[in-house]
Design a protein around this ligand. Structure first.
Ligand code: HEM
Length: 168
């Protein structure tokens, strides 16, 4: 059982690295590169292809995080019932876990809205040659939602660190 727990924590951390690392790579390397004169004309199309590919990777990582995270909580002595009724969120550790899960719920909601509604709509408007202001407005919304998701993800990692080692 202990080996299974270690594998679960390892998978949990690899999934977090893949998802958050991918987002950071997108923001710090790919977006600045696509904005260069050589690629600027095709930037929207390339970004759409990258976003669709990363969407699959991101959701596989998020599902892995929820499954392995739940397993980790169970291994720490809680039951699924205590998680669902909120009993698991009492005490210092429970508060940190509750805070983490609130952030995770926000991430799941904002990622779903970004990946399945705002992002595809922004791409569709670009393809349909919709008015420039409308396209720009949606592109900005999509871009801000991506940034907020990244900040929430970094917040989850900070809470996760205190979950394992205690609050400062
Ligand atoms: C966006 C989603 C998530 C991210 C980015 C994330 C990130 C992390 C990271 C980086 C750690 C390792 C912390 C450390 O060793 O210092 C961790 C640990 C942990 N996470 Fe998550 N997590 C996520 C979702 C979840 C969910 C949904 C749950 C519970 C249902 C969960 C429960 C746990 C538990 C219990 C640990 C401690 C594991 C242990 O060492 O026993 N996580 N998380």
């Amino acid at each position: 059982m202990h080996v299974l727990y270690l594998v679960s924590v390892w998978l949990h951390i690899v999934a977090a690295m893949t998802w958050i690392g991918g987002m950071l790579f997108l923001v710090t390397v790919l977006v600045p590169l696509l904005r260069r004169p050589a690629t600027r004309a095709r930037a929207m199309e390339l970004f759409h292809l990258l976003a669709v590919r990363f969407r699959t990777v991101g959701w596989i990582a998020l599902v892995t995080l929820v499954v392995t995270g739940t397993f980790n909580v169970l291994h720490r002595g809680f039951t699924l019932g205590q998680l669902l009724t909120g009993e698991a969120f009492a005490g210092t550790w429970g508060h940190a876990l509750g805070g983490k899960l609130v952030l995770v719920a926000l991430i799941l909601a904002s990622s779903a809205a970004h990946d399945f509604y705002v992002g595809p709509k922004a791409t569709r408007l670009a393809e349909e040659d919709a008015p420039a202001e409308e396209r720009e407005r949606l592109r900005r919304v999509a871009s801000w939602m991506g940034r907020v998701t990244l900040l929430l993800a970094l917040g989850v990692v900070a809470v996760a660190v205190t979950l394992v080692r205690g609050a400062p």
